[in-house]
Write a protein that binds this ligand. Structure first.
Ligand code: NAG
Ligand code: NAG
Length: 372
């Protein structure tokens, strides 16, 4: 569906009004069916309402912007479409009450690879325990997946630390999750779990601080027949402030867009980096036990990396902010249902004149007997 085609300003109000926690947008843009962004005063965003952020001062840009693409990965033009919010405002997806409630319920149950198995969740990916790490980045091939209402399928990069029963975790990537988003589209997303065991998909509740005036953290991805859509995300800890930034690269030679960050106040185990980094595909089975497709539904084929879903150019930042291909550090494979989903890894390949660094091929058809 060609989504982000015409930006229609829906309403224009002369001034910002802040009353009883509801902020009236300065201007709004409808970019597709059921998708409207309100341009909200950056200082009035709900992300800052979190009790741990009472004394927080917004960091307007990272000390170092990390994401520069080293090679072209055929990034789709649709991804470059920006929401033209005015200065000092940020685009916020207009949410229904139902969305916010669902997001909170689902966030409590959200799987993270640092704890014991989560029933119905399957994962194909790689991870490295030998932290501390200051960041991770990767290029995602984005796909649309046909799944049932109570299933989810996504692809993520993540950082995290665990200790006893506590987990701090940040992930970002793309996700199809009808019970969260209310539709079967593929969305970009970010997720965090912090100090008090609570977390959220942003910006459904407080925590993430959006700073980009034009590129929101949450956006639906439009697909056109025959086109491959790529998304390049980087998560890194700011050297000076300790905040965890999310940056999106839009194309070769273009500066990355610093979307925003998760403030360090939200976490207690990430002050000096994260123990673990990882990347891969995840699915959540329906209550009946049926597991959806992961990636594009195809098992990896060693000779044809382009045929199944790709996560490529996976790189990590070590404790002294040196950037390495992920295969430079000790890396383990996580594959819990090889009958239903596969994984292959490789150091590099070239396809249609694009060069890819360390990559994962992941995914598979799922089904009714993928285990618990
Ligand atoms: C905010 O600052 C006040 C005064 O310094 C302090 O008492 C309070 O604990 C701080 N709150 C948070 C959440 O850091
Ligand atoms: C938009 O929302 C309506 C009402 O909830 C729903 O019926 C419709 O399918 C939604 N459209 C898309 C593209 O998800």
């Amino acid at each position: 569906m060609a989504l982000i085609m015409n930006l229609l300003p829906l309403l224009f109000l002369g001034a910002l009004v802040h009353s009883n926690q509801s902020v009236v947008p300065l201007i709004s843009f409808k970019i597709g069916e059921n998708v409207t962004y309100d341009c909200i005063d950056i200082f009035m965003q709900s992300g800052l309402d979190h009790p741990l952020l009472k004394n927080h001062t917004i960091q307007m840009k990272p000390s170092v912007s990390r994401t520069k693409l080293k090679s072209q990965i055929g990034i789709n033009k649709v991804q470059k479409q920006k929401i033209p919010c005015p200065d000092e405002t940020i685009p916020v997806l207009r949410n229904t009450k139902e969305f916010v409630t669902n997001a909170q319920v689902l966030a409590d149950k959200h799987f993270h690879p640092l704890t014991a198995d989560s029933p119905g969740t399957h994962i194909s990916g790689v991870r490295s325990h030998n932290g501390p790490y200051r960041g991770v980045e990767a290029s995602f091939e984005v796909v649309s997946v046909d799944i049932a209402k109570d299933q989810a399928s996504y692809s993520q990069i993540y950082i995290g630390s665990g200790s006893n029963n506590e987990v701090n975790f940040i992930s970002a990537g793309w996700m199809v999750n009808p019970s969260l988003f209310g539709d079967g589209r593929t969305w970009t997303y970010g997720f965090w779990k912090g100090k008090d065991g609570k977390g959220c998909y942003n910006m459904a509740c407080s925590g993430f601080v959006q700073v980009s005036q034009k590129v929101p953290i949450f956006k639906p991805i439009g697909f056109r027949a025959g086109e491959t859509v790529w998304l390049h995300y980087s998560i890194h800890q700011d050297k000076n402030t300790g905040n965890w930034w999310l940056t999106e690269a839009l194309g070769l030679g273009e500066p990355g867009v610093d979307l925003g960050y998760w403030p360090k106040e939200l976490f207690n185990l990430l002050d000096n980096g994260a123990n673990m980094v990882g990347a891969g595909g995840v699915v959540q089975a329906s209550r009946s036990g049926s597991s959806p497709e992961m990636g594009n539904g195809q098992f990896p084929n060693v000779n044809h990396p382009e045929n199944s879903a790709l996560l490529t150019n996976i790189e990590v930042l070590d404790s002294s902010y040196e950037q390495h291909k992920m295969n430079y550090v000790p890396t383990e494979v996580v594959l819990d249902s090889p009958k239903c989903y596969g994984l292959t890894i490789g150091k590099r390949f070239i396809f249609r004149r694009n060069r890819y660094g360390f990559y994962l091929n992941y995914g598979g058809p799922g089904g009714n007997s993928c285990g618990v």
